[in-house]
Design a protein around this ligand. Sequence first.
Ligand SMILES: *[C@@H]1O[C@H](CO)[C@@H](O)[C@H](O)[C@H]1NC(C)=O
Ligand SMILES: *[C@@H]1O[C@H](CO)[C@@H](O)[C@H](O)[C@H]1NC(C)=O
Length: 234
Amino acid sequence: MNFNPKIYEATAVLFALVLLFGVSCVLSHERGEAIFYYFSQQWPGTRCGGERGCCYPKTGKPAPGFLIHGLRPQNFMNEDLRNCEPKDQLIPSQISNMTSELKKRWPSLDCPSRGNMRYWKSEWTTYGTCGNYVLNQTQYFKTALLLKSEVDLLKVLIKAGIKPDGGLYDFNTAFEAIRIATGYMPGIFCVKDKAGNRLLDTIVGCTVEGTKYNDCPGMWGSDCGSTFKFPPPA
Ligand SMILES: *[C@@H]1O[C@H](CO)[C@@H](O)[C@H](O)[C@H]1NC(C)=O
Ligand SMILES: *[C@@H]1O[C@H](CO)[C@@H](O)[C@H](O)[C@H]1NC(C)=O
């Protein structure tokens, strides 16, 4: 039999395409539905002390400690999902029994302040709508508060000797303390100040069912290096 490389190549390509098509059909069906959420918390001392600054809404300063930064849906291809239903607006009555908690733990920090309700509305439309079939409006905000209340990250760090005093701390100590307290591998992210110091900024966890922390697919990252600074509270 004559071996014709051209035909062999074409057959191989066709075979690969058919396989890829089949696999992607299965994946887009299963993985499109089964999303998970990244839950991130932000250290206000870093944000407010930095170039962006922060502006508290008229309703006053939030509770001390880390603040909720976002509950953001991902699919299993690890793509963040945004603006899935731009017309789906948050109805304030859906969260009316939670607003006092949200004010304390998930306030808008943007300048100039557009107020909390507008901020929550934009969080819902931008991120929440992409997981509407997992967590509806009420559940979305309730879940964020629940995850926030499960572990007090500031207490965990202080207990590990890592205090918000502007000092320099060991990254692995922080990572291990959070991993043990939460049971998941956290993502820990820093921002650089003008002098090039890395300041602790956000700590990211993840939830699958929307009820408790889980380890999620995807690699946990960090850009903090081996040491970071922990700025004083805002
Ligand atoms: C607010 O109401 C919803 C549904 O009515 C309930 O699931 C939730 O637990 C309540 N949240 C608080 C903080 O009471
Ligand atoms: C959200 O889901 C909960 C639980 O399934 C349900 O009780 C509630 O009525 C839903 N709220 C809306 C606005 O659909």
